[in-house]
Design a protein around this ligand. Structure first.
Ligand code: ADP
Length: 535
């Protein structure tokens, strides 16, 4: 870019010519794009499945994340390449729509790209490949509907839901207590679900974590928790049928401002002032009691003397509660935030079945639990764990499990996991390819091969011989006509995923295939890459 002047002395800018931009055309563009996409997929491939590896990512400011969640890995990876960014988006959309299967979708897209590369080398036009993929994905998605099972659950029998969440959790760090985690996730979802409308509002489930304790101590709380304690150690630790005054005004006598002048020149005057202050606060406490409050939650603090008085008058209080939390408490308990003390009335009190302070073993930490709130079904999952990284990864795993339970309430169809659904689709797509006379049949067949790479990755990650295992399982599926045969990653002794109780949701699997195909088609259709040159 350079600056020049015309004959009148007016400045104008000469832009660098288009030719000087870096430009890739035709097959070169497609090949470069494909290898970028494949590179991203290769990173995630080893994280797939119950024996998948975790990745450790360090952010520029030194924070470390350890995870095997596809969406998180890609989110934290600093990718520059535009195509790689598309893969990041792909994983994000799967996370957004379904919440689970974020690694699988990228592995599938990577496999499709790899197959496409071979076809392009054989001289097949990218558009034909894209069309073939589109046909094949439609066949696969329809086939999934056919092999899907309805799975029944009721409020009395939530076992199938728990089992499905356990499949999701089995590939995560929390594997050790997947049963209890899955139960927590299912109970949380059922607590906020509207089973008639088949609707679940996940916003009502808060996931909180605190370093300390064991993973096994993770619990589900039917209400909300606040990281605070009662203001005085001798106040009651448990209040039943609590009526809560939620104050954002100072809960103490007004302090003299700096500009006021109070002359105190005798002991008597000082005593009077002190008594007056005491009476003022006493009146405030009385007012709270008069409106019927049994607990005061304040945004502001109060001094030790006031604290002592509160303890004496038997009015428990929690101080220094943040604004966001106050709002949450107000919504959940059906109370109103009181900004001016005079406005405190009985209708403005929030109600909760039980409020208790819980302290944790040897640490001095304690939390306030506000349970069975009047106005809300909101629940909190409170995660404990040895360190921050563990808690963060547990949060992500629980999120996946919550999404799976929600999806099953939306739509209770399932397909079997361990790669069995992919193998079964691959057989169906392969068979369909023979019926297509055109060039597309190569692309359809390539799609079938790409489907195989998911079970292959599962086998590889579990230390099995990928090709041998896959061909054995595929042969078994065809021989027994059983679409439930998959990769026995955990060496249980059977390939039948129905016996192993490894399922995934139908909509999740369908979405994986559709999204992966969509992105690959988009990449294949790019034949000109124009980017600013390096200098
Ligand atoms: P994603 O982020 O895509 O959910 P995961 O790492 O959770 O990836 O791996 C999911 C894959 O692992 C699915 O294909 C699922 O069927 C498979 N899987 C999970 N548990 C088992 C198991 N116990 N045996 C065999 N396959 C399993």
């Amino acid at each position: 870019m350079s600056l020049a002047f015309d004959e009148f002395g007016r400045p104008f800018i000469i832009l660098r010519e288009q030719e000087q931009k870096t430009r890739l055309r035709g097959l070169d563009a497609q090949k470069a794009n494909i290898s970028a996409g494949k590179a991203v997929a290769r990173i995630l491939r080893t994280s797939l499945g119950p024996k998948g590896m975790d990745k450790m990512l360090q952010s520029p400011d030194g924070d470390v994340t350890i995870t095997n969640d596809g969406a998180t890995i890609l989110e934290q990876m600093d990718v520059d390449n535009q195509i790689a960014k598309l893969m990041v988006e792909l994983s994000r959309s799967q996370d957004y729509e379904i919440g689970d299967g974020t690694t699988g979708v990228v592995v599938m897209a990577g496999a499709l790209l790899e197959q496409a590369e071979k076809l392009l080398e054989r001289g097949i036009h990218p558009i034909r490949v894209a069309e073939g993929y589109e046909m094949a994905s439609r066949i696969a998605v329809e086939h999934l509907e056919r092999v899907a099972h309805k799975f029944e659950f009721s409020l009395n029998d939530v076992e199938p839901l728990v089992q499905t969440c356990m499949t999701t959790l089995s590939s995560k760090i929390v594997n050790r207590c997947k049963r209890s985690m899955a139960e927590i996730a299912v109970n949380a979802v059922l607590a906020v679900a509207d089973l008639e409308r088949k609707d679940v509002n996940l916003d009502l489930i808060k996931v909180e974590g605190k370093v300390g304790g064991k993973l096994e101590d993770t619990e589900l709380i039917y209400g909300i928790i606040v990281d605070k304690d009662m203001s005085h150690p001798q106040m009651p630790k448990q209040i039943e049928d609590a009526k809560i005054a939620i104050l954002t005004c100072p809960f103490e006598p007004p302090k003299p401002k700096t500009k006021h002048k109070v002359d105190i020149d005798s002991v008597e005057k000082f005593q009077t002032l002190r008594l007056q202050e005491q009476k003022y606060f006493d009146d405030m406490v009385q007012k709270c009691k008069d409106v019927g409050a049994t607990l005061v939650i304040c945004q502001w603090g109060f001094d030790d003397e006031a604290n002592h008085l509160l303890m004496h008058r038997n009015l428990p209080a929690v101080r220094w509660v943040g604004g966001v939390e106050l709002e949450l408490i107000a919504i959940a308990t059906g109370g109103r935030i009181v900004p001016r003390f005079q406005e405190l009335t009985p209708e403005k009190l929030g109600k909760a079945g039980i409020v208790r302070e819980k302290s944790f073993g040897t640490t001095k930490d304690s939390m306030i639990y506000i349970e069975h709130c009047a106005n809300s079904r909101a629940v909190t999952i409170f995660i404990r764990g040895g360190n921050k990284m563990m808690i963060e990864e547990t949060k992500r795993s629980i999120h996946d499990a919550l999404c799976v339970a929600r999806n099953l309430i939306h739509n209770n169809s399932i397909v079997y996991g361990g790669g069995s659904a992919e193998i079964s689709c691959s057989i169906a797509v392969e068979a369909a390819a023979d019926k297509h006379p055109g060039v597309e049949q190569y692309a359809i067949r390539a799609f079938a091969d790409a489907l195989d790479s998911v079970p292959m990755a599962l086998a590889e990650n579990s230390g099995l011989q990928p090709i041998e295992t896959l061909s054995a399982v595929k042969a078994q599926q065809i021989k027994e006509n059983n679409p439930c045969c998959g990769i026995d990653c955990n060496d249980v002794g059977t390939n039948d995923m129905r016996e192993q109780n490894v399922f995934e949701t139908l909509i999740g699997k369908q979405q994986q295939l559709l999204l992966a195909t969509q992105v690959v088609k988009m990449i294949l259709k790019i034949d000109d890459v124009i980017s600013p040159s390096e200098y």
